[in-house]
Write a protein that binds this ligand. Structure first.
Ligand SMILES: [Zn+2]
Length: 340
């Protein structure tokens, strides 16, 4: 999903109190911008790349030959060679190189990182963005055949109204500049605009009796913004039949970021992780995660962003086990010990 915002009205991405649960863009742990395996995979698909850009090739001995796309070629003088057909060249043009060099030679890119993006786009290969280089890979699972997608979640009319009213109360309070909004924003470490934007959408935020409400697909959860309050959470309608914001996961969603609780999810939203449309941030209501939710993650790349304290690590291992065989890839947030 694309979060409803544009650059002019985008929230201030600096968290209000200076605390950043996830240090997304600052790490020297990953020196190489692109993974070698990813690059090699793309190199081995040179012929696919060329044919996608209109270069016709025919087999000639161990080589593939075709008319050069870059000069007026009467005889096929462009060739693809190498044990995996990973090299190409044109003698009259004086060009020789791999798929990334070919991208630049064809004028589709002007440097290596651009070439990687161009080739990845052409081939439909996913290249993780820089933020994701901070995750380790505890296990991978073979992808199961895609099952029937889960049916859309619906609230019964009465619950729909409660959610609606709560959200309306939130926007009214927001517009009135109510103190409670600032209190909630402060307790969660967000600026007010982030809260307002997060209240948009079907699984959004609401306000009822001065409690922040999270609308789940079939439930409404109250969160008392006062950290010392006795009852911090209460379900007033239904329960979590799926993680928070799960209905934003679309067939073309590539990566799902799963957080421990809604406020961490909002931290990821505020950091812009959903901005390019390929990722969706969802929240588990705490450290619990139902086995029944596994099918919602079929074929997806899942990044588990739970806390790095012992309960968080335990839950991460548990969820990775549940999702194994469902998710295409499971990654776990490695954590930053300074945050604990
Ligand atoms: Zn040529």
């Amino acid at each position: 999903m694309i979060f409803p915002q544009n650059k002019k009205t985008a929230p201030n991405r600096n968290w209000a109190n200076g605390q950043q649960p996830y240090q997304l863009l600052k790490s020297s742990k990953f020196r190489s911008q692109f993974q070698k395996e990813t690059l090699d995979t793309m190199r081995a698909r040179l012929t696919d790349y060329l044919s996608a850009h209109g270069v016709e090739l025919r087999r000639e001995a161990s080589r593939l030959k075709g008319k050069c796309p870059m000069h007026d070629d009467k005889n096929p003088s462009f060739a693809v060679f190498g044990s995996n057909h990973e090299w190409c060249g044109c003698f009259p043009c004086g060009f020789k190189g791999d798929v990334f060099a070919a991208s630049q030679w064809l004028g589709r890119s002007s440097n290596f990182p651009m070439a990687v993006r161009d080739v990845a786009t052409t081939l439909g290969v996913y290249v993780p963005n820089s933020a994701e280089r901070h995750f380790t890979l505890p296990n991978t699972a073979p992808q199961r055949p895609i099952r029937q997608p889960a049916p859309p979640f619906t609230l019964c009319d009465a619950d729909q109204k409660k959610v609606h009213d709560a959200r309306l109360a939130f926007s009214t309070a927001f517009d009135a500049g109510a103190e409670i909004i600032d209190q909630i924003a402060k307790s969660l470490g967000f600026d007010r605009e982030t809260l307002r934007l997060a209240s948009l959408g079907s699984s959004g935020l609401g306000l009822a009796d001065n409690w922040l409400c999270y609308a789940y697909p079939q439930g409404l959860k109250w969160r008392n913004p006062v950290p010392t309050a006795k009852h911090r959470f209460r379900w007033i309608v239904g329960k979590a039949l799926a993680p928070w914001r799960m209905e934003w996961v679309k067939p073309d969603t590539h990566t799902i970021y799963l957080t421990e609780g809604e406020s961490d999810c909002m931290a990821l939203l505020a950091s812009g992780l959903e901005d390019d449309g390929s990722a969706t941030c969802v929240a588990s209501p705490g450290t619990s995660f139902s086995r029944e939710w596994a099918s919602l993650f079929v074929g997806k790349r899942v990044v588990i962003c739970f806390d790095t304290d012992p309960p968080g690590r335990k839950a991460t291992a548990n969820i990775a086990g549940i999702l194994k065989g469902y998710a295409a890839e499971i990654l776990a947030w490695k954590g930053d010990s300074s945050h604990e």
